[in-house]
Design a protein around this ligand. Sequence first.
Ligand SMILES: [Zn+2]
Length: 382
Amino acid sequence: MLDEIYKKVQNEKSQSINLLNDIVNIESFSGSKPNVDNLSKFLSEKCQALGGKNKFFPQKDFGDNFTSDFYSGSDTVLILCHMDTVWPIGTLQERPFTIEGNIATGPGIFDMKVGITIALEAIRILNELGVTPKTNIKLLFNSDEELGSENSMDLIQEESRKSKVAFCLESSFKGMIKTARKGVGMYYLSINGKAAHAGSEPENGISANVELAHQILKLNSFNNSETGTTVNTGRAEGGVVRNQIPAKAEALIDLRVVTNYDASELDNKIKSLKPVLDGSKLKVTGGMNRPPMERTEGIVKLYKWAKETVKDLNVDFIETGFPVGGGSDGNFAAATGTPVLDGLGGVGDGAHAEHEYIEIDKFHDKISILASLILNIHNFKI
Ligand SMILES: [Zn+2]
């Protein structure tokens, strides 16, 4: 059957490309509810036409999330697809969907409209071949992944808990499957010093900027190349004018950790930062956003099973072998203990960057891979 899947995907390349074109052509910036709702409507109609049963989870400020269930069975496989992109409305006009040789470009194509297309095409291919997976396949489309999935993480975790495994259709890492991801923490540091004239009475001031400088260096000392922990002060600002000792400063801090143990240790370290200057005050808010996706025994087992399952397809299927730095909804799914394979989406590069692109031949391979996995997943024993 894998042969037939592969052949059908190869014979119907233009159909897959047309769907990708349609999906890229509906802009879906996270911040724009009406636009993301347009995509949500388009995708839910596609799902319905393929036999999916849709369930909507309306959102007030973001696009409406929805799930679509295909086939039936006692087990469920959850497939994660986020609809939103980081590209403001209007970007499409500047950089329309374009194909040159084996390369396709367009806003959000790599992250992750190609992944959405792969999921829908895998189901179409199986349907048209007349084969029915013995497992319930649940596609979950959310609208706020690029903002941290705060409004969809409960839904993702609730559905993950009920699922045998989860596949995340985020883009691959240089073509590789992601079996581990770092967890992500987001913090806000605010510093209160004391204002004073910089010329006539500097000794009466407490410089929030000097305090901030101390704290940035302290935070920087938490970086650890052995454990993979990274800490970055991404934005730092303070003070108002040249000739005033600054009373206020603030910073945005990004934390990435490999293990849950490091997550709690670093979270604690950042939250217990102490002022260096007498009289200055620190306030740290925020915390871990996405927990680390650790390379658990279940994930390793799933990866090995998947690799074995697709070996006759003659396509690339290898894992990164290290935790990638970017977080995804796979992190939330994995935190429930359900085995997750992430990065099953497109091959290309340039997520969140203007040179974003995908490789078209690999896009077709990924459709064959996903179709083969969902057709055979009933054979996977946890
Ligand atoms: Zn993404």
